[in-house]
Design a protein around this ligand. Structure first.
Ligand code: ANZ
Length: 972
């Protein structure tokens, strides 16, 4: 699927500092004349800084890391690599590949063992290659996979390619390179990049959505949907660009014109395939409750499905004599209680009844308005539209509750695609209607009075609860005055049903899924149309896969027909059952299709008989953890859940939901930029007093000229000048993209992995900071030197390690087991950054030891291995092991060594607390008293005094009662 990194959209300024609100005070009052800032060193952008305190929030390691800087510079002052990652990493990548270390057995799997399926949202292999954002989620899942493997789970950790899609086709149009070639090339590149990062994927299970072996089953699922009436054809408006002669995807249309060439785009109905996802609206909604997903995504899905309860109400159109006609306009309302306040109706401009009722006088205006509306997307008509517009149709309808004639308008704020495409407008209680009525002078009649205040005029819409007023009519027999609006809503609904004027209705915002694309690079839809009748015939399953024909020309046909229609000999075919001449469907599936079910194929990627073997599916389902970008929070996850539910209903899968736990990794932003303001005279202006109305120039300040002051950043030279700190989304156009390949060659894959995990909580968005990479790189180098020893003066490390076959001391065991405990707990809770801090603390402690016991070193190496697997494997082998550590048991913390051995004991003198002492847990009274007498704060109370009595409660308190006569004056 597409990742979040395809667009170059600028993120809003990151609130790294709590930039103070802009004050409107005059700037001159605060401006300072300062010498110009130094210009930025042009090369300093990439790796400008030494490790500084900013690398982490724990602050545990930064100071100690810089202490052994010298070890990186041998006597000849030639800089050597801190440790030989450039040799180690390719060596272990080769080893893993040759030994198939991470292969998950297929048929020879021991299914008595517990399973763990950890999945990344598979990437779209774009031409740009991997971005540093990719390894963020991939490292997290890799740590989980490696950890669970070591805990004895069967782990499924696969990778593949979501490789159909627009960019390859657009590239083909520009360059003539076939999308297949581009795709294979990009996959090749992605794969080698991923391998260079040491991810423990089972490459034997690699799949690509573009391979016929794979899309055969995507087509098979489509046939099942068709069989069950869940796929159907309909005329649906698409983005049609007459100048380009093609249908455009939403992302190719910007502000109503084509992104390419800026030509006008209109909405034009075209035959499309639709999937009836709405049939699953309720179960998609209900089953969300049991998922271990971020609440925010669940809420987004709920909003997308958008279930609302209300009523459909029928309004009869009246003829010119004021008589009721048979034409009925049905509206959908969530507020039937406000029916007496419905002073006009509004139809969507595309409403089907419009043409049959418009008055002659108004028909020209109506037509013009319809045409204008046809050019806008739903979003432009609603959220983006600043002012409401509309046209009177010249007709009236009867409000069934009041019996009065109310005007019928058309307006594009009413969408044809929602509800019934018509509304009863209640301007007193709906903001949009209020705006519209005020603009066009339509009556506003308040019918709900707030309980706690008196409203005499409804000059704003009141949408809250209250008591119903102005709502009684003897003729129609409806009287709801005095009821609460909730009660009134149910009364009105009953009345509608009884009087035949309407009914209760549940509505969903969710629309059926437009499933056809007028594109070449997608899965062919396995359907043909019979020559004579045009009848739609699904192809038999035995005909699958229907492979994409070779095509050299991907340019639009000009008629709106998909490019596949150019493959004349492919299009012309015969119905395999009747033998009749037929034509193939030339629309293709959208890119979402392949990603709807790929997690199932990974369980059984080579099966040619079925989509997935039943037993394998039962064993591996559901995906235990699914990690990917938040941009897939709605559509991908909803579409995949929909297909999964259909597959569940037809018995292909055994669980109702595909992904038990979903985690969205944050976005990695570009490096933080510090910005100073200058006024037109060149004076620096502090960011907190910048006046929006004054023209100021902005200037980037190099990081080494900035310091932190409280929550903000200021100029080192002049701390009265506050700066703005911000980070933007990485994008080519900003030139702030960090290429993982560069980082790997400079610092190694282990450093990149570790850094991405150390940047902050996985789910947060965070800015890249190259000095942070140096920090973790030094940590790894320290770990290496701790175990391998220091290098020779020429920078060479000797073989083997400095670890000794000795029993660890209790102190060493305490350090180690604290680290094991913390690392284990933090991996399980996916708090990888704090797990790293624990390892850093351990290394700091271990540097103080005189000797390193082998068993302690080995346990630490195992702990490190999910994060920095290359270095860990190398150390493991140097510690004397001939096999990979990938399947070694993960160390277990011994609770014995987790107990704190000392405690802080309060000391009272004559009943008054005078200080504390640190004592061993089992400290005797004698020892406690001795320690108190030696303590500098307590000794002044005790020196030369005679002790009358000592009260000691072990672990709680030591109270020393002095002989009163002996107490010196002034010491109490
Ligand atoms: C009268 C009314 C009175 C309404 C009132 C709201 C407040 P949800 O909750 O989103 O389902 N509506 C219905 N169909 C529409 C369409 N096709 N385009 C634009 N608006 C439409 O919203 C339902 C409400 O949105 C409906 O209830 C209708 O306005 C409007 F005080 O009817 B209501």
């Amino acid at each position: 699927m597409y990742t979040q990194f395809h667009t170059s959209t600028l993120l809003p300024t990151l609130p790294l500092t709590h930039s103070p609100p802009l004050s409107r005070r005059t700037i001159l009052l605060y401006s300072h004349r300062l010498p110009p800032l130094h210009r930025r060193r042009p090369t300093s952008l990439r790796f400008p800084l030494r490790i500084s305190s900013c690398i982490n929030s724990t602050g545990t390691i930064s100071s100690s890391l810089s202490t052994d800087e010298e070890e990186e510079r041998p006597s000849n002052n030639k800089r050597v690599k801190a440790y030989p990652f450039h040799e180690i990493e390719p060596k272990w990548q080769r080893y893993w590949e040759e030994h198939k270390t991470f292969r998950t057995p297929h048929d020879d799997l021991d299914t008595t063992k517990p399973k763990y399926y950890v999945l990344d949202m598979f990437p779209y292999p774009s031409g740009a290659g991997l971005h540093v954002g990719h390894p963020l989620g991939y490292t997290a899942t890799d740590i989980l996979a490696r950890f669970k493997r070591m805990q004895g789970f069967n782990v499924l950790h696969p990778m593949g390619w979501d490789a159909f899609g627009l960019p390859a086709e657009q590239y083909a149009i520009q360059t003539g390179t076939h999308p297949k070639i581009t795709t294979l090339r990009n996959i090749e590149h992605f794969r080698s990049q991923l391998r260079s990062l040491g991810f423990s994927y089972d490459w034997d299970r690699e799949i690509s959505t573009t391979e016929p072996d794979y899309y055969k089953w995507t087509q098979w699922i489509f046939l099942q949907l068709l069989k069950r009436g869940l796929a159907y054809q309909a005329e649906v408006p698409v983005n049609w660009c007459p100048a380009l002669g093609t249908v455009l995807a939403n992302e190719e249309v910007v502000d109503g014109v084509s992104e390419r060439g800026g030509h006008p785009v209109i909405r034009k109905p075209m035959r499309q395939w639709m999937l009836r996802i709405t049939a699953y609206a309720d179960s998609l909604l209900e089953d969300l409750n049991d998922l271990d997903w971020p609440e925010s995504i669940k809420e987004m899905q709920r909003n997308w499905i958008g279930r609302s309860e209300g009523a459909e109400v029928e309004f009869h159109v009246m003829d010119t004599d004021g008589q009721q006609t048979d034409i009925k306009i049905v509206v959908y309302t969530t507020r039937p209680d406000t029916i007496f306040g419905a002073t006009y109706l509004v139809l969507a401009p595309e409403h089907i009844l419009l043409s049959s009722m418009v008055s002659e006088a108004q028909s020209k205006h109506v037509e013009e308005y319809k045409e204008l509306a046809a050019r806008k997307s739903d979003l432009e008509r609603t959220e983006l539209q600043k002012e409401k517009t509309g046209v009177f149709t010249g007709c009236y309808a009867r409000n069934p509750a009041t019996g009065e004639a109310i005007p019928i308008w058309i307006a594009d704020y009413v969408l044809g695609s929602y509800g019934t495409g018509a509304i009863m407008a209640v301007p007193a209680h709906d903001m949009r209607d209020h705006e519209f009525a005020s603009k066009y002078n339509l009556p506003i009649c308040g019918v709900v009075m707030p309980n706690d205040q008196n409203i005499s005029s409804f000059d704003k819409a009141y949408s809250g609860d209250g008591t119903v007023i102005n709502s009684s009519n003897l003729t129609t027999g409806l009287d709801i005055n005095g009821l609460s609006n909730k009660e009134a809503a149910s009364e009105v609904t009953k009345w509608l049903e009884k009087s035949g004027n309407g009914k209760r209705k549940v509505n969903y915002k969710l629309r059926d899924w437009l499933f056809a694309r007028q594109r070449y690079w997608g899965e062919p839809i396995p359907v043909i149309f019979l020559g004579e009748t045009g009848e739609t015939v699904p192809l038999p399953e035995t005909e699958l896969p229907i492979t994409l024909p070779e095509l050299d020309d991907f340019t639009p046909t000009g008629s709106g027909e998909p490019p596949l229609s150019k493959a004349a000999s492919w299009v012309k075919t015969f119905d395999p059952l009747s033998g009749k001449p037929a034509e193939r469907e030339t629309n293709t599936m959208p890119q979402w299709a392949g990603s709807c079910w790929y997690y199932l194929r990974f369980m059984d990627p080579k099966n040619s008989k079925m989509l997935v073997d039943k037993a394998k599916e039962v064993y591996w389902s559901p995906v235990d953890v699914y990690v990917g970008g938040a941009e897939h929070a709605v559509l991908h996850l909803l579409y995949a859940r929909f297909w999964h539910k259909v597959l569940y209903d037809i018995g292909v899968v055994s669980k109702k939901e595909p992904f038990q736990c979903v985690i969205n990794q944050g976005i990695i932003l570009g490096e933080v930029e510090y910005i100073a303001y200058r006024d037109p005279d060149g004076n620096l202006i502090s960011a907190d007093i910048v006046d929006e109305l004054t023209e100021l120039s902005q200037e980037r300040v190099p990081e080494d000229e900035v310091r932190k002051s409280g929550d903000s950043y200021v100029l080192k030279d002049n701390p009265t000048i506050r700066l703005i700190a911000r980070a933007h989304k990485m994008s080519k156009s900003r030139g702030n993209v960090i290429n993982p390949d560069d980082v790997v060659s400079e610092y190694g894959a282990d450093s990149l992995r570790l850094y991405e995990m150390f940047m902050g909580p996985l789910r947060d968005s965070k800015p890249w900071n190259t000095s942070g990479i140096e920090g973790v790189h030094r940590f790894l180098a320290r770990a290496w030197r701790l175990i391998v020893g220091s290098p020779s003066p020429s920078g060479e490390f000797k073989d083997g390690t400095v670890a000794l076959d000795e029993e660890p001391s209790t102190d060493q065991l305490r350090s180690l087991h604290k680290c094991i405990d913390k690392v284990t707990e933090e991996i399980e809770a996916t708090r990888f950054n704090t797990g790293i801090s624990a390892m850093m603390e351990f290394i700091n402690a271990a540097y103080k030891w005189k000797k390193l016991p082998r068993s302690t070193a080995e346990a630490f190496v195992l702990l490190l291995s999910p994060y920095a697997p290359h270095m860990a494997e190398e150390l493991w082998s140097r510690l004397g092991h001939s096999n990979s550590l990938a399947h070694e048991p993960f160390p277990k913390a011994n609770p014995e060594y987790l107990k704190e051995s000392t405690l802080v004991l309060p000391v009272q003198i004559n009943g008054k607390t005078r200080g504390t002492i640190e004592v061993e847990k089992e400290c005797s009274e004698e020892d406690a008293f001795r320690l108190a007498s030696q303590d500098s704060r307590l000794s002044k109370f005790l020196d030369g005094q005679k002790v009358k009595k000592r009260i000691y409660v072990p672990g709680k308190i030591l109270n020393v009662i002095l002989d009163a006569k002996k107490v010196k004056v002034g010491q109490r």
